[in-house]
Design a protein around this ligand. Structure first.
Ligand SMILES: Nc1nc2c(c(=O)[nH]1)N[C@H]1C(S)=C(S)[C@@H](COP(=O)(O)OP(=O)(O)OC[C@H]3O[C@@H](n4cnc5c(=O)[nH]c(N)nc54)[C@H](O)[C@@H]3O)O[C@H]1N2
Ligand SMILES: Nc1nc2c(c(=O)[nH]1)N[C@H]1C(S)=C(S)[C@@H](COP(=O)(O)OP(=O)(O)OC[C@H]3O[C@@H](n4cnc5c(=O)[nH]c(N)nc54)[C@H](O)[C@@H]3O)O[C@H]1N2
Ligand SMILES: [Mo]
Length: 809
């Protein structure tokens, strides 16, 4: 490939590997990973050099949910400049963030994994020696084969981290491996919202470009100015248009700073705040009665004595958002014309919204009556005391939300989602949206406005499928349960560090990993789990490939084919070639695409037959256009709003009463404390501080930690309020130890006013090698909510549901 002609620029690529490979082979041995390679691949390009220069474009990271198209200047086979793309159709999509600008320092970082490694020390000690690719691949295959022969197919666990797993995941399916079951991430509120609006309704079906059409936007536990930087634009457009923005966050975030109002909620108590709003809405009759009658389950009848819905014999499909739900009868309402129960959709009926009747000895009430009775048991004093937000503020917000034109609740998938009581929050917010009718009209809506197909139309590609006999194995135990529940896993292979990034209480997870017969990892950087692996394979970054093209993705209304890549650095390889090498050990490599080019051609070939909007977007056309082509415009309002064609619920209306949780007392969003983070927890005597985390604009989770610029200036800051710091004799710059009964780590104190006393904040997560001692994920919580197992997305990992103490280290 090194001599291949560049398809757009017509320039040749040099034999880059010939020199860097030799340099890397010379240095790699135990402990040498991360040592500087003098004058080799990591040396800066000379700005004055006269050399061959070309540009290439690619879709940057997915997992910041952004996917900027970046323009790279490559001189003498070294990337020398990274800029926002100038060939996207719409200038507003010409975006880049600090991570994109800083990529040079990241791609050429010292902490890249450079060569295949074999563990020589204890698991966890990080002692390795260099081995050949052949030996590494064979060792992995031998161990996976042995496990499957000894213990069965289900004994092999293979998991890709999100960013590593977007285009394909072949080897897992070829081996029928266990891929770890429910993810346990980003769907805590979704669990509580799904039964009402449909399983995937937590992803807003509206465009964030209509933020400016809202009178009010509530940013609920969401910090888009860091977690969705390049889309802060629609939010700022709204601000300029006069939209009133409220941010609910324990911390004074960048987003809070741009808002009209900041509500510093106590961690883990958002549901109490929303329930205070619900109470104000119902007590003051600020609900939208016409919407409630037409589109929600509020008039449906419930048998007061059993808590079960009163239904006809006629069978309807079960609620798709409820695990193992049974088919149900059609709901009934009380018809005020005939004075009798009738089917909910009877044409001539005028259903009662409230009331209680006795039919055949059954005491029937409407759901709305039950909701009112439940809200009567709550007080605004309670909501204020629990959430830390005063009563009048709660009432004012409810008034503004319900009575002041269209309003949006834009939820974050971090923050409040990462407590065990997130489903209660989701259910409460669903009720608030439904009762006020803030749904299905321009400038109104609820969910994560996260652009995953919602802000921009997405492309249609063919999907490379393996022959039927190759498929994922069962995952009877989810990954987050593996340290705690009996399971059949004996050997593991991960692409990216899933074990410590995706599981709370990393000490527990790593103890379990240590108990495995075998563990191998494919990563680009020396991530935390690398030290526990028996074999380590170095993958290359997005900017490198054995070929001139790499992944095909779609983002921001464009199809993007990464083109003009440089060769993989050191001895790294692309994920596709690594999967092919592995597959070859089973003689199955021919089932995989040979190259990214073959994969991209396949994905595009005939795509226009699946979706006419793909017309003309072919592999060759893409290369001619520098790798970027726009999809036809669809306008802001292209997504269905759910009202016309109905919701994905049995009755196609918003169903607010969760019959499947009657036995657990959660048919209504009855408040409950978080698992650990709550005021009256006796643990607070020992561990008095809430430890919250969130995203940093400098990283995508742990990714970008290896960028040395970021390490210098944006390292391991533990944000602490002045009162808490003073009480412990801590000043900015001190090394501090953060600890609880699960573990500890050392970070650098940053004393500041962004936090209320009693609350800490730190950006999640960074590879262990950047800590002096321990790491953040040691102290986080892995409690799983029992109720969660009956929910669509399963229990969620409550990373933020954490109490700690801090002392000077
Ligand atoms: N830069 C960057 N962007 C990213 C990512 C990244 O790693 N880096 N990751 C992407 C991913 S996977 C996700 S899921 C999204 C998440 O996007 P967000 O939800 O915006 O991300 P977070 O920063 O985790 O959480 C948001 C806020 O929740 C606050 N918070 C903590 N506890 C509570 C609480 O109890 N109540 C309330 N109301 N707020 C609380 C935190 O202070 C934080 O400011 O970001 C995506 N975007
Ligand atoms: N304490 C705490 N932990 C959290 C959170 C929190 O709030 N607090 N938030 C959580 C959230 S919202 C999420 S979504 C998860 C994210 O967890 P992941 O889905 O695992 O995160 P990613 O950033 O996609 O993947 C990062 C890993 O993949 C590697 N990698 C990146 N690109 C590639 C590639 O192309 N090929 C290969 N082979 N490897 C690659 C990186 O080096 C790193 O090891 O983390 C969660 N972890
Ligand atoms: Mo996430």
């Amino acid at each position: 490939m090194s001599e291949a002609t560049h398809p757009t620029g017509g320039l040749t690529r040099r034999g880059f590997l010939k020199t860097t490979g030799a340099a890397a082979a010379g240095l790699a041995c135990a402990g040498a990973v991360g040592v500087a390679i003098g004058g080799g691949a990591l040396a800066p390009a000379k700005a004055t050099a006269q050399g061959e220069e070309r540009t290439a474009h690619l879709c940057h990271q997915f997992h910041c949910l952004t996917g900027c198209n970046l323009k790279c200047t490559i001189r003498d086979e070294r990337i020398t400049l990274i800029e926002p793309s100038d060939i996207v159709a719409d200038k507003k999509h010409s975006t880049i963030c600090l991570r994109g600008i800083g990529e040079l320092s990241h791609i050429y970082a010292q902490d890249r994994l450079k060569v295949p490694l074999k563990r020589v020390g204890e698991r966890g000690a990080g002692e390795f020696e260099q081995i050949s690719w052949d030996e590494a691949i064979k060792t992995i295959a031998d161990n996976l084969k042995e496990a499957q022969q000894k213990y069965g197919e289900g004994s092999v666990f293979i998991r890709k981290s999100t960013e590593a797993g977007i285009e394909f995941d072949f080897i897992t399916q070829l081996l029928h491996a266990d891929s770890g079951g429910n993810w346990g991430l980003d769907r805590g509120q979704a669990n509580g919202l799904g039964p009402a609006f449909g399983p995937w309704s937590y992803l807003s079906n509206r465009s964030h470009w209509e933020f400016k059409d809202a009178a009010t936007i509530i940013e609920l536990s969401h910090n888009p100015l860091e977690s969705a930087m390049v889309w802060s634009r629609p939010l700022m457009d709204a601000k300029e248009a006069g939209t009133y923005i409220v941010t609910i966050d324990p911390r004074f975030t960048g987003t809070a700073a741009k808002s009209d109002e900041w509500l510093p909620v106590r961690p883990g108590t958002d549901a109490a705040l929303i329930q205070g709003m619900l109470k104000a809405v119902v007590d003051n009759e600020w609900y939208d009665e016409a919407f409630v009658l037409a589109h929600t389950s509020c008039p449906y009848l419930v048998d007061r004595d059993t808590g079960k819905s009163y239904r006809s014999a006629e069978v309807m499909a079960p609620n798709p958002a409820v695990v193992s739900a049974e088919p149900v009868g059609a709901p009934m309402v009380w018809d005020t014309v005939t004075g009798a129960p009738v089917l909910y959709d009877s044409a001539n009926a005028i259903p009662a919204l409230e009331g209680e009747w006795t039919v055949d000895g059954k005491h029937l009430v409407t759901e709305f009556t039950l909701i009112k009775e439940w809200l009567d048991t709550l007080t605004l004093e309670w909501a204020a005391e629990t959430s830390g937000i005063n009563q009048q503020t709660i009432v004012n917000l409810a008034d503004r939300y319900a009575n002041n034109g269209p309003a949006i609740i834009d939820i974050g998938l971090g923050g409040a989602d990462k407590y065990t009581n997130a489903d209660v929050l989701g259910h409460s917010t669903a009720m608030l949206v439904a009762l006020t009718g803030q749904y299905g009209k321009k400038g109104a809506g609820y969910g994560s406005y996260c652009g995953l197909g919602a802000n921009d139309p997405s492309a249609t590609f063919n999907y490379w499928v393996l022959p039927e006999e190759y498929h994922y194995g069962d995952s009877p135990v989810s990954m987050y349960d593996m340290p705690y529940q009996e399971n059949s896993i004996h050997a593991a292979l991960t692409f990216g560090d899933a074990f410590t990034l995706e599981a709370g209480a990393a000490n527990d997870m790593l103890e379990w990993v240590k108990s495995l017969d075998f563990f191998a990892i494919v990563d680009i950087y020396h991530s935390s789990a690398v030290d526990y692996a028996d074999i380590v394979l170095p993958a290359c970054t997005k900017f490198e490939c054995e070929e001139n093209v790499k992944q095909l993705r779609d983002s921001m209304g464009h199809v993007m084919l990464a083109n003009g890549m440089v060769d993989p650095m050191f001895e790294s390889k692309s994920d596709l070639q690594i999967e092919r090498l592995l597959a070859a050990q089973w003689g199955l490599e021919d089932l995989l695409p040979e190259s990214y080019e073959e994969l991209a051609r396949f994905m595009l070939d005939g795509a226009a037959e699946l979706d006419p909007r793909m017309e003309g977007i072919t592999y060759d056309a893409l290369l001619e256009h520098g790798g970027v082509m726009a999809l036809p415009e669809t306008g802001d309002d292209y997504m269905p709003d759910g009202l016309a064609e109905g919701f994905l619920t049995p009755s196609t209306r918003i169903e607010l009463y969760y019959e499947y949780l009657v036995d657990q007392g959660h048919e209504l969003p009855v408040y409950e404390d978080a698992n650990e983070a709550y005021e009256s927890n006796p643990k607070k005597a020992q561990f008095p501080l809430y430890f919250t985390q969130g995203k940093s604009r400098y990283r995508i989770h742990a990714y970008y930690s290896a960028n040395e610029w970021f390490q210098e200036d944006f390292g391991l800051s533990l944000n602490i309020a002045p009162e808490d710091a003073e009480a412990r004799g801590i000043v900015t710059g001190d090394d501090v130890r953060v600890f609880n009964d699960r573990g500890s780590f050392v970070a650098t104190a940053l004393v500041n006013r962004s936090l209320q006393p009693g609350v800490l904040f730190m950006a999640e997560t960074t590879y262990t090698r950047y800590y002096k001692e321990g790491f953040l994920q040691n102290v986080t919580n892995s409690a799983r909510l029992e109720r969660g197992y009956s929910m669509f997305f399963g229990p969620q990992i409550p990373y933020n549901d954490v109490l700690v103490e801090v002392e000077k280290a």
